[in-house]
Design a protein around this ligand. Structure first.
Ligand code: MG
Length: 150
C-alpha cells in the first residue's frame, strides 16, 4: 500500500526567504512587511538545497504517492499561477502533473506524511504525521529522506 506524502513548497522546496530578501521591491510600500504580495516573487524562487533531488527520490519510490501541498496568498492571485509554473520548471512534467494542491486548510487532506516548515494553514492539525522541516529533528532534506527511508 502506498503512503501518501504531501510536500509544502515555500521554505521546504522553494527558498521563499531568500527570494523575499533579494526582491528589488522588498523594502518599498506596500510590499514592505507584506512579502506575499511582491510581484513575481513565487515565479523566480531558487530551490532549497537538496530539495529537487529529495523530492525526485520520493516521486520515484513506488511505495510513496506524492503531492505538493502549498498555500498561495489569497490577495496575490498571480502567485497561484506561479506555483504551478514553478514546479513544472524544476520537475519532469510527467512525474508531477496534476499533483499540486493549493489550499488554506491542510488538515483536510488525508494522508500519511506532511513535510512542512510551518504550523499554519492547518499543518499542525494534519491527521497524519507532520515532519517539521527546518526543526532540530528535520533540519534538511537528508534528515527527511532518512526518516522516510527513501
Ligand atoms: Mg512553508
Amino acid at each position: 500500500m502506498q503512503k501518501k506524502v504531501y510536500i509544502d513548497l515555500d521554505g521546504v522546496i522553494a527558498d521563499f526567504d531568500r527570494g523575499r530578501r533579494e526582491h528589488p521591491m522588498a523594502n518599498i510600500t506596500p510590499y514592505k512587511g507584506r512579502p506575499d504580495k511582491l510581484p513575481g516573487l513565487f515565479k523566480d524562487l531558487e530551490p532549497i538545497e537538496g530539495a529537487i533531488e529529495g523530492v525526485n527520490k520520493l516521486l520515484d519510490a513506488i511505495h510513496f504517492d506524492v503531492y505538493f501541498l502549498s498555500t498561495a496568498p489569497w490577495d496575490n492571485p498571480e502567485a497561484w499561477t506561479h506555483k504551478r509554473l514553478w514546479i513544472d520548471k524544476y520537475f519532469e512534467t510527467k512525474k508531477i502533473k496534476k499533483r499540486l494542491i493549493l489550499c488554506h486548510h491542510k488538515q483536510l487532506l488525508i494522508g500519511d506524511f506532511l513535510i512542512d516548515d510551518r504550523e499554519f494553514n492547518g499543518a499542525s492539525e494534519f491527521t497524519g504525521e507532520w515532519l517539521e522541516f527546518g526543526s532540530e529533528r528535520f533540519p534538511d532534506w537528508s534528515a527527511v529522506l532518512n526518516y522516510l527511508n527513501a
